[in-house]
Design a binder for this molecule. Structure first.
Ligand code: FAD
Length: 649
């Protein structure tokens, strides 16, 4: 009995434990599904192996170490569509099962989850349906963390699909370009290059032989491009060393900003003759600029020698940029053509900044631009003041040969409507010296030239327009279109400031390296042998290389012909180049001074002057605090912001 009692007690304990187990509960959805459908037919559908193997495979990295290896549709990794009448099919629902059966171009047993290519047509595999199915299965059989994985896979799939589309587009584009090259057409001088580039490319399937030939041709093109860059760099270097470097000796002894500026006239005339102004105008408009990388090459060389006088030369490029971007054929003929001549001393100026600041020029409810223009018959009448605008005073204070003046549409002293979008009233007008000469003398006045801490020969006067009349035909951007033109102009110049920063840092580095490799400072070895010195130089060098890489990246994104990259995505990289590169410069010069030591502070060394010029870079061309970071902030906050959209261009 005792034994029986013990058994009974054991049984009742077990019963109690079982009752407490979470397993004892109502059936789950998937369990009910299991019991509510008849068993599947016994014989699986036959897959014709020949049909499966004849399908073209997706080849990853055809030239890489795994060349020839492929992932075949319908292979071991393939996901099979669920059979009808199964529990899984019940959970997924007929519609989804059907979609999965159709997906991948082959139904059950075919390769699902892979995208297959047969050269001319792309058969999309319905990855989305697979993921949807997985989500439904999770609804009845939750697995911790799986939902996140599905979300990540969905995102990854979208990225991969976008990349494939992109590379296919590139391939087609390059095929067309190479075809053109083979027909001995000069793509650089192609006047209607843009239009022809948009012709629908015929994307023919490429064999490995084709790919190899294409790679070889690309290599040759790359080599040719490098040779051209080297030649351009050499001529910019020659100008910088032989001509530009003499500018400080012309202006150093002069006491005012305007005198120093005027003293650089012979340098500017030589720059015009040497093609440095024409070189800032694209080939398609009669200039010689083949692209923005070329611009980066030249700007770096000029800034590595004499930033101040370089700004006068580059200021004309900036002044012509709105005209290049937005001018009509007729306007190019009238206003741009004179700048293509390699003689004279024509100056152009981009006239935006104002004495009261421009960081908030587009803020709703703020006073807005104080330079106004209103229409009167066939003229615009301009009133207001500008400041800091490079070259705007002209060599004789009677104005640059061409000023692109940014105005707010309205009567003078008419306040901006606090309820309207300020950009709807912004316009850009072309003002020439001839226009100024046709007006009363007082209609355009240079009030003063600010004395600057660095950039000692730059002209950026405080100027005033008083009822200055210009013909209506001088409208470069009508009201509502001016703000965008300003943004585009400053977008281009942002990347240019990256190149200026690189040039300046290079100068400091070269001077410091030279000193460290030749001077012992009373020790037994040159000071570069001390690791505390060389480590600083190493850090500096890396910052310069990184700045150049970011600048070149910005240039190539800005001029990319990839139609999938929006203006905002291009602008982002240019802004990053402007901000990051310009903010490296003071630190780099200071680090270089640190290794040279006290001697770096002497005026016969370049560092103090470099520092004076360096401080300006984060402040001008839209200050990094008040303008450039806020532009970036606005881009980041957009709902369609894609952080890496322009990264792999
Ligand atoms: C050598 C040189 C050449 C130049 N060439 C030209 C030229 O060719 N054409 C031209 O148009 N201009 C030119 N400039 C002017 C230059 O482009 C300035 O960047 C421009 O005037 C804007 O100045 P800012 O960024 O200091 O803005 P400001 O409006 O003067 O603002 C000053 C400061 O206020 C603060 N601030 C203001 N508002 C905000 C806000 N909403 N949020 C956060 N902070 C704010 C920021 O700290 C900002 O730095 C040149 C300047 C120099 C020195």
């Amino acid at each position: 009995m005792a034994l029986l009692d013990a058994h009974l007690e054991q049984i009742s304990l077990c019963a109690a434990s079982i009752a407490e187990l979470p397993l004892i509960r109502d059936t789950e959805l998937h369990e009910r599904a299991l019991f509510s459908v008849p068993p599947p037919p016994a014989v699986p559908k036959h897959v014709d192996p020949a049909a499966a193997s004849s399908r073209r495979n997706t080849i990853f990295n055809p030239t890489g170490p795994g060349a020839g290896s492929s992932i075949a549709g319908g292979g071991a990794n393939a996901v099979r569509a669920p059979r009808r009448n199964t529990a899984v099919a019940a959970v997924l629902g007929n519609d989804l099962v059907e979609r999965i059966r159709r997906g991948g171009g082959g139904g059950a047993g075919s390769g699902l989850g892979y995208r297959t290519y047969d050269g001319n047509s792309k058969n999309e595999v319905d990855v989305e349906s697979l993921l949807e199915g997985a989500e439904k299965m999770l609804g009845v059989y939750p697995i911790p963390g799986a939902q996140d994985k599905i979300a990540a896979m969905r995102q990854r799939h979208a990225q991969v699909t976008a990349s494939i589309d992109y590379y296919e587009g590139r391939l087609a584009e390059q095929t067309v370009q190479l075809g053109r090259l083979n027909r001995n057409r000069d793509f650089i001088d192609d006047e209607d290059g843009d239009e022809t580039a948009e012709e629908a490319p015929e994307a023919l399937p490429l064999s490995e032989e084709d790919l190899r030939r294409e790679e070889e041709e690309m290599r040759l093109l790359e080599r040719k491009k490098r040779e051209l860059e080297d030649r351009l760099r050499a001529s910019a270097q020659a100008f910088a060393t032989n001509v530009l470097s003499t500018a400080p000796s012309l202006y150093a002894g002069l006491s005012t900003q305007s005198e120093r500026f005027q003293a650089t006239l012979p340098i500017y005339q030589t720059a015009v003759k040497a093609g440095l102004i024409k070189g800032q105008v694209p080939v398609s408009l009669g200039g010689t600029s083949a692209g923005l990388i070329d611009a980066a090459v030249v700007v770096e060389e000029l800034h590595a020698v004499e930033p101040s006088t370089a700004i006068t030369i580059l200021g004309t490029g900036l002044g012509l940029t709105p005209l290049i971007l937005a001018g009509s054929k007729e306007q190019h003929e009238i206003f741009l053509r004179p700048f293509l001549q390699q003689e004279g001393e024509r100056l152009a100026s981009f006239v935006h900044s104002e004495p009261n600041g421009t960081a908030n020029w587009l803020q709703r409810g703020a006073p807005g631009l104080q330079t106004t223009a209103f229409r009167h018959g066939d003229d615009w009448i301009i009133n207001g003041e500008k400041l800091w605008t490079t070259n705007s005073g002209g060599w004789d204070q009677r104005g640059a040969d061409l000023q692109c003046v940014v105005c707010r549409e309205g009567q003078p002293n008419e306040p901006q409507d606090p309820d309207s979008d300020p950009s709807s009233r912004v316009l850009v007008l072309l003002v020439t010296r001839e226009d100024i000469a046709r007006n009363d003398f007082s209609a355009f006045q240079v009030l003063s030239d600010s004395e600057l801490g660095g950039h000692k020969s730059v002209n950026g006067p405080h100027s005033r327009f008083t009822n200055l009349r210009v013909p209506y035909a001088n409208t470069l951007a009508p009201p509502g279109q001016g703000a965008q033109l300003v943004e585009r102009t400053f977008g281009m110049s942002a990347a240019i400031v990256g190149a200026m920063s690189v040039g300046l840092m290079r100068h400091a580095f070269d001077a410091a390296l030279e000193f460290c490799k030749t001077d012992t400072r009373g020790g037994t070895t040159t000071i570069i042998r001390h690791s505390s010195v060389s480590n600083r130089l190493i850090d500096t060098k890396m910052r310069i290389e990184a700045a150049r890489a970011l600048t070149w990246k910005a240039m190539s994104v800005l001029e990319s012909k990839d139609g999938n990259i929006s203006w905002e995505q291009r602008l982002e990289i240019a802004l990053e180049a402007k901000i990051w590169c310009s903010e490296q410069v003071v630190g780099v010069v200071e680090a270089c001074m640190g290794v040279v030591g006290m001697k770096s502070y002497a005026i016969d060394k370049p560092f103090v002057k470099l520092l004076e010029d360096a401080v300006c870079l984060p402040l001008f061309d839209g200050g990094n605090v008040g303008v450039r970071r806020r532009q970036l902030e606005a881009l980041f906050q957009r709902s369609d912001y894609q952080p890496w959209a322009a990264t792999y261009v």
